[in-house]
Design a protein around this ligand. Sequence first.
Ligand SMILES: NC(=O)c1ccc[n+]([C@@H]2O[C@H](COP(=O)([O-])OP(=O)(O)OC[C@H]3O[C@@H](n4cnc5c(N)ncnc54)[C@H](OP(=O)(O)O)[C@@H]3O)[C@@H](O)[C@H]2O)c1
Length: 313
Amino acid sequence: MKAIVLEKAGGVENLHVREIEKPNIKEDEVLVEVKAISINPADVKAKSSDEMLTMMFGSKRPVILGWDIAGVVSQIGNNVSDFKIGDKVFGMVNFPGVANAYAEFVASPAEHLTKIPENRSFEESAATTLAALTALQILKGNIKKGDKVLIHGGSGGVGHFGIQIAKALGAYVITTASAENKDYVLSIGADEHVDYRSQKFQEVLSNIDFVLDLFGEESIKKSIKVLKPGGTVMSTLMLQVPENVKTIAGEANVRVQGILVKSNGEDMKTLAMMLAEGSLKPTIHQVFPFEQMRKAHTTVEKGGLVGKVVVKL
Ligand SMILES: NC(=O)c1ccc[n+]([C@@H]2O[C@H](COP(=O)([O-])OP(=O)(O)OC[C@H]3O[C@@H](n4cnc5c(N)ncnc54)[C@H](OP(=O)(O)O)[C@@H]3O)[C@@H](O)[C@H]2O)c1
């Protein structure tokens, strides 16, 4: 089968299409013939940083990146009962860990996948994986109907899902995005938009119940200022909260928490249900053929995109 291997950490020139053996599956896994893959900032960061590659893959090189797939089940492990050959499935495989997803076939734990709704394509389903799971795992159980929720980066991968999920949970949704994406974020359900380039959100917002942060320490400190006492900021860019941030949060009587998204088939079922009923719609910025993985990476790396970049096989 064809796979895209990364020889070593660095630029896109280290990504190469290679012919390799199909993976063998374990008893609790299925083999998925991949039809679409989505590309995340995590893929780009792993590609560029030897430290991050080593954290995820150990010292092994070359490696195969990728975690987000949609495809067709072509083989089933002995202990798998939820899927049959021919089922269309999608999910985020083995994150954080090794999924080897930039390939024509991927061995995935069955419990990381769910079935694609009949009315959704492989590309839409692949797009609705890591970024959507992140937004769901941050928001579910942490916000309630009527809460005032601030979603940072509302035009990006996590943010555009965050707006829709917060809205579906009954929140009043405010989002930061650049001025050119104002109409877009309002069209997907945001009630208010703050242009992060011309406005300081911490000066124009207040009384917020919950903030979904994507940008780390400085953004978290500003977000604390807009929260009401008892409010929460959860961030994708701070796994351990430093003491100085804990102190500021304590003084404001708010909670700060970092999160790392985890593969979860039950959460995938929730996303599939939302996709099927139309309360969640991925925005696909661009679709690239498998052979143009380098261009897909460059597009994510450059930023300034709306929604997700998808690679099609
Ligand atoms: N911990 C985890 O488990 C986890 C999971 C998912 C993602 N992440 C991390 O979270 C970050 C966001 O991921 P993503 O997939 O959403 O990235 P993305 O698709 O690149 O989206 C980021 C968005 O933020 C906007 N933006 C940039 N600076 C901003 C600012 N100061 N204020 C408001 N918006 C701003 C950009 O819009 P413009 O184009 O208009 O500038 C862009 O649309 C990445 O660093 C990613 O690695 C972590």
